[in-house]
Design a binder for this molecule. Sequence first.
Ligand code: C2E
Ligand code: CA
Ligand code: CA
Ligand code: CA
Length: 277
Amino acid sequence: MAQQANLGYLRYMEGQDEQHLRQLTLARDLQEAAARQQLSLVYQPKIAAAGGELVSFEALMRWRHPELGFIAPDEFIALAERSGFIGRLTQWMLHTVCRQLADWQRQGQCVNVAINLSAQDVVDPGLPGMVRQALDEHGLDAGRLALEVTESAIIQDPTLARTMLGELCDSGLHIAIDDYGTGYSSLSQLKSLPVRELKIDKSFILKLDQQSDDRIIVRSTIELGHNLGLEVVAEGVETLASRELLTALGCDYLQGYLISRPLPAEQVLDWIDTYRR
Ligand code: C2E
Ligand code: CA
Ligand code: CA
Ligand code: CA
């Protein structure tokens, strides 16, 4: 019995070792990933619920590791945060997005893009300057970029987050609260932020057409957002039934596989053409 338990424990330790080794490898390689052209961005459209017009795209990061293949951003972003170099990834992402926007603009498409910020970005005093520099360098209007920030990122240091986001908002960037409903922010905290949009987390949306609990939560979130003067977005819209429900509930914008999966940059203009036709 004791021996069996030991064996189990050893296997558990081995598993831990493997996991630990993977983390170490990834943390080491991620630092070189941008320089080695292993990072890329994909773009997922957001549309108006009522009329279906294309509104903007969200940029999402991808990392293709030479041996381990695609690593999910949920894994490598968390790793970069823990290892303290998320700022460098954010900087790479900002410049890549702005270069892409300028490129699309030269091809006659004025696209707006939202980027995701991590908790550490939000409290980095260098962020507003970094954003303005990236925009200036590519001759872009601040209104072309929106920022998505999670509730939990703001909660860590609400005062500093408010200052930073306020500065960015004054420069003309729109700010959205991402993954809304998964954190513990109070309304009063959100109200004092220069936020334009609430993005309901996809965990409430994915099974919307089957679960009445989710419907109640989503309905009241939309109402709440509108009462606060915010626009409301649903992410994770996978079915026509959910789309219809959300539209009926007055949700402003939709995003999800039903509309499109995130697209590699080189497919975006073709997608826009086909979508508008
Ligand atoms: P997020 O910002 O909440 O992004 C939405 C995630 O849902 C994306 O996963 C997207 O691919 C996925 N998704 C979109 N539509 C659907 C749908 O209809 N059904 C389902 N099941 N999923 C859908 P992804 O790309 O794996 O990104 C995961 C998270 O990683 C993001 O969540 C975001 O928090 C983080 N992330 C991604 N790129 C960046 C980045 O450049 N910087 C930072 N700081 N975080 C990023
Ligand atoms: Ca997001
Ligand atoms: Ca989200
Ligand atoms: Ca998320």
